[in-house]
Design a protein around this ligand. Structure first.
Ligand SMILES: [Zn+2]
Ligand SMILES: [Zn+2]
Length: 264
């Protein structure tokens, strides 16, 4: 199984990706309902029974709503989460997944992959991002895939992990003006903008421009809000990043896109 990273979708409405490497299929978040999840996996040529493990970032529905269906299809699936996230999700489930608990901030191993959980500032019990170190395979050098969405602001830890990623998925949730003009209640706008909410397009850009040494070659901007953002706006804001780092491939993930987006 050659290295491949597939984003099945990332937006405020659902998040899920699959990393294939070293003979292992590792899912990050399961934030789509069962049928949508299966349909996306079918497009990649396999079913949920072929997924070995899933890493859960936090208990919000757009990151774990498909977990129950996934576990029913594949009862041996290993489900990695920290204790508080597992506890919150278990409270909503009728079945018991094969929980594999980790400490936030720790690095653990699964089938030769080193996985580091990264604490992030967000309004969930104990939210994390993940960095997955994939060993060298055949002609391909070792690579690190990092997933960082749902963060109210950039911490030093987040910045550190952004700079070390080869493939980076970073949140660009909203455009300031579109959020201002949206019909959302004030308290929700404040929550989104808050220190434990989401990164705006400008905040994502500023985070990236603040990195001193940055080895990323593949950047995905994700977790866009359908109501308060446009891919064209993110694209425009990211021109500053493209101009600064010209070996970088930048992809803005359309929240309306149903087909997986892949990096090899
Ligand atoms: Zn969230
Ligand atoms: Zn989310």
């Amino acid at each position: 199984m050659a290295f491949a990273f597939h984003i099945l979708g990332t937006s405020s409405s659902g998040n899920c990706s699959i990393l294939e490497t070293n003979g292992t299929r590792m899912m990050i978040d399961a934030g789509f309902q069962g049928p949508r999840l299966e349909a996306s996996l079918t497009k990649l040529g396999f079913t949920s029974a072929a997924v070995d493990a899933v890493l859960i970032t936090h208990e919000h529905a757009d990151h774990c709503v498909g977990l129950a269906a996934l576990v029913r299809q594949n009862p041996t699936l290993k489900v990695f989460a920290n204790r508080e996230t597992a506890r919150r999700i278990q409270g909503t489930l009728k079945i018991r997944p094969d929980w594999q608990l980790f400490e936030t901030g720790s690095t653990f191993e699964f089938r030769g992959l080193q996985i580091t959980s990264i604490p992030i500032p967000h309004d969930a019990a104990d939210p994390v991002g993940f960095a997955i170190d994939c060993p060298a395979e055949d002609q391909r050098p070792a690579r690190r895939v990092t997933w960082l969405t749902d963060l109210g602001h950039a911490t030093d830890v987040v910045r550190h992990h952004c700079s070390l990623a080869d493939v980076l998925v970073l949140e660009a949730n909203y455009d300031d003006e579109m959020l201002d003009l949206s019909k959302r209640p004030l308290h929700l706008k404040q929550r989104i903008r808050g220190n434990h909410g989401h990164l705006s397009n400008h905040a994502a850009r500023d985070l990236l421009l603040s990195l001193r040494e940055w080895q990323t070659t593949e950047l995905f901007l994700g977790h866009l809000s359908k109501e308060c953002n446009r891919t064209s706006l993110v694209d425009e804001v990211m021109n500053a990043v493209r101009n600064w780092k010209n070996d970088l491939r930048v992809t803005v993930v359309d929240p309306l896109e149903d087909d997986p987006i892949s990096a090899w």
